[in-house]
Design a protein around this ligand. Structure first.
Ligand code: UDP
Length: 478
């Protein structure tokens, strides 16, 4: 017997990293747009919340979105992670694993309290939606009789790899194979992959002393959690059918719904403070397709040698460039900041920009990226070819999709010390922006995928239909 609940109310939970907050908040807004009567409570840790809304005056740290464009339908309620300041980068290799233990324990308790408090306030949650490092969220929801959905914010290919690895295929990815990064791994339904391109948490973090071992355990718990869902787990994926048809078909055990790319609808809050708009004016003055945009996301650090090589390569390429050098990266370079800035001739550096606006600007002709999944999706949606410089997590797989599957970019080779040399920067930028046939092809393919993605997310498109089906499912409780 199905009972109609008055309003769909999604509790969207996310890990406190920018690369998780952004797609979660974007999904929250898409859900609100898809159903005019829907409510969303968005929840990340207290420390991240405080960075997102530094001016929020409420004593308890909670607040309603300042611009109020959702008529109070979007509410922000943070949960504790057992720390004062959140995860603080540390030279101690155990620090991240200790943070994760605290995050899991305090987070699960805190989120349970939020679900109960919302019910007590007459605003009951009808669906819990959680991103990938919160496996306990499904259990918290299950205990309260609320259905949940995982929101997978990496490619479907990576989800399929983890799924099969933790379902009997770990033996193909063992330490002795890892010594040869080109060793080929075959997993059900997926194209053969070089072991070195698999998610790094599978190949590097199986050792308990690894600084990211807790991520390996968390993903394992997540995959096990999905198996406990009955009748089947719902997995929303930030991709679209057209981008990854094979990988989406490779996990038949769950209801896998591609709903992406989920992009921003206007300005959005994040945990980084943006530079002023001068860089947009700088872009306005540049010819179409002339600028190289460079960013390695919200987490990657950069050694001085790497920054020197990168800037040299960009200068020698002779093209204007816009380079993100985050404040924490600059701070780590200490006294070198003025000297680094003084070296910029044909380019400008910003600490943080509105990347989606930058990528949508006609002047931008290529994106030198670390291949974080958000960056890749934003570039594909904007039709900008990429130079891929992947480092860890899912980034090598993402680069494979860019280069091999969609043919919208090239993969830069790093030297034996992992450094991207200046000459390689120049070669790769030329390969996607120059006059060669290959560059023209990359630009043509980038245009093709841009159109494809716009169709998928537009009215009646594959992703839009999946999202609507999910929203409708949240109107009824069985
Ligand atoms: N980003 C941004 N401004 C910048 C650099 C990055 O808005 O100057 C955003 C970017 O648009 C993306 C996110 O930060 O949404 C980075 O996420 P991604 O998955 O690409 O990488 P991560 O930071 O998780 O490594």
């Amino acid at each position: 017997m199905e009972e109609m609940s008055p309003r769909p109310h999604f509790l969207v939970l996310t890990f406190p990293f920018q690369g998780h907050i952004a797609p979660a908040l974007r999904l929250a807004r898409r859900l609100l747009a898809a159903a005019p009567d829907a409510l969303v409570t968005f929840s990340t840790t207290e420390a991240a919340h405080a960075r997102m809304f530094p001016a929020t005056p409420e004593a308890d740290g909670a607040g309603v979105l300042p611009d109020g464009d959702e008529d109070g339908r979007l509410e922000f309620l943070p949960f504790p992670d057992g720390t004062e300041a959140g995860y603080v980068r540390s030279a101690d290799p155990g620090a991240f694993n200790a943070y994760m233990a605290s995050f899991h324990a305090a987070g699960a308790r805190g989120v349970a309290g939020i679900v109960d408090a919302l019910a007590a306030r007459g605003r009951p949650v009808t669906r819990v939606v959680y991103t990938l490092l919160l496996p306990w969220a499904a259990g918290v929801a299950r205990d309260r009789g609320v259905p949940s959905a995982l929101y997978w914010i990496q490619p479907a290919a990576v989800f399929a790899i983890y799924h099969h690895y933790f379902h009997g295929h770990a033996a193909g990815v063992v330490a002795e194979h890892r010594r040869d990064p080109s060793f080929v791994v075959e997993l059900p339904g997926l194209a053969p992959q070089a072991i070195g391109d698999l998610p790094s948490f599978l190949t590097d973090s199986t050792d308990p002393s690894d600084i990211f071992h807790s991520i390996f355990n968390t993903i394992r718990d997540l995959i096990e959690t999905l198996d406990k869902e009955s009748p089947r787990a719902t997995v929303l994926v930030n991709t679209c059918q057209e981008l990854e048809p094979g990988s989406l078909a490779a996990v038949g055990a769950h209801d896998v719904l591609p709903v992406g790319p989920v992009l921003p609808s206007g300005d959005e809050s994040g945990i980084f403070k943006q530079d002023g708009a001068e860089y947009m004016e700088w872009l306005d003055a540049k010819p179409a397709n002339s600028v190289v945009y460079v960013s390695f996301g919200s987490l990657a650090s950069m050694a001085r040698e790497q920054l020197d090589e990168l800037l040299l390569g960009l200068e020698v390429s002779g093209r204007p460039y816009l380079c993100v050098i985050r404040k924490d990266v600059m701070t780590a370079l200490a006294e070198a900041e003025a000297e680094v800035r003084g070296r910029l001739r044909s380019g400008v550096a910003v600490e943080w920009c509105d990347q989606v606006r930058v990528l949508s600007h006609a002047a931008v002709g290529c994106f030198v990226t670390h291949c974080g999944w958000n960056s890749v999706l934003e570039s594909v949606a904007s039709g900008v070819p990429m130079v891929c410089v992947p480092r860890m997590s899912d980034q090598r797989m993402n680069a494979q999709l860019v280069v091999r599957e969609w043919r919208v970019g090239v993969r830069a080779q790093v030297d034996s010390g992992g450094v991207l040399r200046a000459a390689e920067v120049g070669r790769c930028v030329d390969e996607v922006m120059g006059d060669s046939e290959a560059a023209a092809e990359a630009r043509r393919m980038a245009g093709k995928w841009k159109r494809m993605v716009a169709e998928a997310t537009g009215k009646g498109g594959s992703s839009e239909r999946n999202l609507m089906a999910f929203v409708d499912s949240a109107r009824s409780t069985v």
